[in-house]
Design a protein around this ligand. Structure first.
Ligand code: TRP
Ligand code: ZN
Ligand code: CA
Length: 451
């Protein structure tokens, strides 16, 4: 149960029912919200942070990056592959743009096939360091061509989304981190290196990774990775708004840099417009283009140059990336909910009548939610003695915890979810704690209801 700082997030209306008589336990840090017992309950309606809509990503800017990648390939033996000078030149180009825009960039080196590989990581200062949203693309290509759709497209669109973050001077709730991976074409090596060298504590902070590999295919499909449902929905919602149907990506799950993240349990998602697979007539009907032809006939070949791009697909997918970065990056860290709490200590007598603590809820309309959260903080030297109920305003009891002869652990610090949808929200709710066995005693430190 988290009963301290996060509960004071903007948008959470707090009602302190009674005075704090003692500051022990987990509720101590909520003391600043305490009011005297005689003070009428204060319902503070804090402003809800409004998520700003993502800006349009200028297609011309994305294409200017692609043109630079094309020139870099042309100047470096026709490719931007791992271990070749065109790769490092591509990285230097992206890094310079990010540095100038105020990102903190890091170049991570690794060795693959006897050559030095490089990942580029760019952190946007600010946001919750414990909730990191990542977006990335592989920056390397195969040796046979300039690698403009695969994957100049994803690299350029992620770069332009990052630059849009800088132009907007976005202040996201999450910490934003953008990444360009090396040696994807050798087996996802750069992204694997990054994830494998990320300490477990750092991995745990990554709330999501968004991957963009081939998003401007010349005969495009609109494919959304079917991984994390919230990420998938964010992308689908964007395309629904455009009136563009999408399909689930099936041309090789795990064939790009999201795989390493997914393997360690990080929620992933992404976009794709198709590689060597053939567009069906049904797909051509809904998306246009040519049925019976590959989504990208120049996949991994010398003709994957700046002409190998469908502008509409690149434009839509670039805007979808920005939409996801803005939507997922600026959503409140704590789901919205109004919190009512009572932080008054109540002694729980040994093997005797129940101790009770009340919270009066007012100003709401309708019934309580089906997922009413009941946060309980009880100190006790043998919690098996305790029967804990929530009593609705009309007297209906909801059992939160039974007694148990063999549960000798201390304390009850837990959040219970109660289906209270049959109860009127307004009124006096009661936490009832009864000690049903002799010897051990304790107290209610406080409790809270989250609507
Ligand atoms: N990652 C592959 C490449 O770079 C392309 C690819 C094939 C792909 N199937 C995919 C990318 C599915 C994303 C999703 O060559
Ligand atoms: Zn690729
Ligand atoms: Ca007892």
């Amino acid at each position: 149960m988290r009963l301290s700082a996060p509960d004071r997030a903007p948008g959470v209306r707090r009602l302190v029912a009674c005075a704090v008589l003692a500051l022990g336990g987990l509720f101590a840090s909520t003391a600043p919200t305490a009011v005297a017992a005689s003070t009428p309950p204060t319902a503070l309606a804090a402003p809800v942070p409004s998520a700003t809509a993502a800006p349009d990503i200028p297609l011309a800017n994305v294409k200017a990056h692609l043109s630079q990648f094309g020139s870099i390939a042309a100047a470096n033996g026709g490719n931007r592959a791992h271990g070749r000078p065109g790769y490092k030149a591509s990285l230097d180009y992206v890094k310079a743009k990010l540095d100038a825009a105020g990102f903190t960039t890091t170049v991570q080196q690794f060795t693959a096939s006897s050559a030095t590989g490089y990942n580029l990581i760019a952190d946007w200062p600010g946001g919750d360091p414990n909730a990191v949203l990542m977006a990335g693309a592989h920056l390397d290509g195969v040796t046979s061509g300039p690698g403009i759709n695969d994957n100049g497209s994803g690299s350029a669109a992620v770069l332009e989304s990052a630059l849009a973050v800088s132009r907007a001077q976005l202040q996201p709730t999450k910490h934003l981190r953008f990444a360009w991976w090396g040696a994807e074409e050798l087996g996802l090596l750069g992204s694997k290196h990054y994830v494998n060298n990320l300490p477990a504590a750092e991995r745990a902070k990554v709330s999501g990774y968004l991957n963009f590999d081939m998003i401007g295919s010349p005969n495009p499909g609109y494919f959304v990775y079917d991984d994390d449902p919230a990420i998938e929905k964010t992308f689908k919602d964007y395309f629904t708004g455009l009136g563009v149907p999408t399909e689930i990506e099936t041309e090789g799950d795990g064939r790009s840099d999201h795989a390493a993240f997914k393997n360690v349990g990080i929620p992933v998602g992404g976009l794709f417009t198709g590689a060597s697979r053939t567009k069906t007539s049904a797909q051509a009907q809904k998306w246009g283009g040519t049925a019976g032809q590959a989504f990208d006939r120049c996949y991994h070949s010398s003709c994957d140059g700046t002409a190998n791009i469908n502008d509409t697909a690149l434009d839509r997918n670039s805007d979808a990336i920005a939409h996801a970065v803005w939507t997922l990056g600026t959503e409140p860290a704590i789901p919205p909910g109004d919190v009512y709490e009572n932080t008054t200590d109540v002694a729980i007598p040994d093997n005797a009548a129940a101790a009770t603590s009340t919270i009066t809820v007012s100003g709401r309309t309708g019934n309580a939610p089906a997922t009413l959260k009941v946060g309980v903080d009880i100190t006790h030297t043998w919690r098996g003695d305790l029967v804990v109920d929530l009593i609705a305003p009309d007297g209906t009891a909801y059992r939160l915890k039974n007694s148990s002869a063999n549960d000798s652990a201390d304390n009850v610090v837990a959040t219970y979810t109660v289906n209270a949808s049959a109860e009127t929200a307004n009124g006096t709710w009661t936490l009832r704690v009864q000690d049903v066995a002799a010897q051990d005693t304790g107290r209610i430190n406080g409790w809270k209801l989250t609507f």
